[in-house]
Design a protein around this ligand. Structure first.
Ligand code: FMN
Length: 318
């Protein structure tokens, strides 16, 4: 047990990050059933679709699960109303100001965590009264901090300023990297890419298969002017790169992105023109596995690596 397992009433301090077009009820309830905390990704759901997914989670697991709500979501008020009405125990907010909704959620008895990419914003979360902070580094899939701080550099800096529980995200897909995050001061991990590439993820097979064939350097941060996003280098990425290299404005980039491109890429499998979001760590993943197998491997690897590293001793009498 540690502060993260106690806070969320879970067995293992492992959270599956909310991911647009990947994190439906199948993925969230499988992660919760396996002893972690599964999150539904409200970012790609209309309010009533989210309600359906919450109800399906409630039917398929007795264990706690949560909802990730990107705060820039256009129908935010309906989404907040639904998580309160449906008595969702945990909400992870992201992409916005933690001050706006934390007290409303907490007054409804919901445990709240917020995702940040800097120690400055981690401190703002603590001041806003959240229960835990997710610090997400540059390696991560999806939307990302513009400062490009890596997980390895971010976690110890956030740890220095934060008293409440700290969850590390970005580049963590196994027990070894989970252990590294704990060594840096994290008390839990939020994992995206590894869970996007599981049997229960609702991403298309075409997207999953492309992701497990990626190598080092096959993703890159783009679209910084309108919201930095890590993308697979496909035809759409090349268009973005070309536009950015020739000084495109935020407005021009917004136009190029258009609407529904992440759905086309991730959910419908348009590998050429879709917006394909995945993390750097995909380059180490070669198979699509059920969530239970992924969870078991992470825990076993964490335990065996902790034992191996724990035996190391160096003389300090210099
Ligand atoms: C396909 C995809 C979609 C994502 N969508 C969201 C989202 O809607 N909201 C959010 O807060 N984070 C989102 N993320 C970030 C994850 O929740 C998680 O923090 C991140 O993936 C962790 O880094 P990793 O990919 O290296 O494991 C997304 C990530 C991926 C790969």
């Amino acid at each position: 047990m540690n502060r993260v397992t106690a806070l969320f009433k879970i067995e293992y301090p492992i959270i599956s990050g909310g991911m647009v077009w990947c994190s439906g009820w199948e993925l969230a309830s499988a992660v919760s059933e396996a002893g972690g905390l599964g999150l539904l990704g409200a970012g790609s759901m209309h309010p009533e679709v989210l309600r359906e997914h919450i109800k399906k989670c409630q039917r398929t697991t007795q264990k706690p699960f949560g909802v990730n709500i990107p705060l820039l979501y256009p129908e935010i008020e309906s989404i907040i109303k639904i998580v309160i009405e449906e008595k969702v125990p945990v909400v992870f907010t992201s992409a916005g100001n933690p001050k706006t909704w934390t007290s409303t959620l907490k007054n409804a008895g919901i445990t709240v965590a917020h995702v940040v990419s800097s120690s400055k914003f981690a401190l703002k979360c603590q001041q806003a009264g959240v229960d835990a902070v997710v610090a997400e580094g540059f390696e991560a899939g999806g939307h990302n901090g513009a400062e490009e701080t890596t997980t390895m550099a971010l976690i110890p800096q956030v740890r220095q300023v934060l008293d409440i529980p700290l969850i590390a995200a970005g580049g963590i897909a196994g027990g070894k990297s989970m252990l590294a995050a704990f060594a840096l001061g994290a008390e839990g991990v939020q994992i995206g890419t590894r869970f996007a590439l599981t049997t229960e993820s609702s991403a298309s097979e075409a997207f999953k298969n492309l992701c497990i064939s990626l190598n080092e350097g096959d993703t890159m941060l783009a679209l910084k002017k309108i919201g930095a996003t890590r993308l697979i280098k496909n035809d759409f990425f090349s268009q973005v790169k070309q536009a950015e290299d020739s000084g495109a404005t935020a407005e021009q980039l917004r136009e190029l992105l258009g609407k529904g491109r992440a759905k086309r890429g991730i959910f419908e499998g348009d590998l050429k023109d879709g917006e394909l979001e995945i993390g750097q760590i995909a380059a180490t993943i070669r198979d699509i596995l059920p969530v239970s197998a992924v969870m078991q491997t992470i825990i076993e690897e964490f335990n065996s690596q902790a034992a191996a590293v724990g035996k190391l001793r160096f003389n300090t009498g210099l």
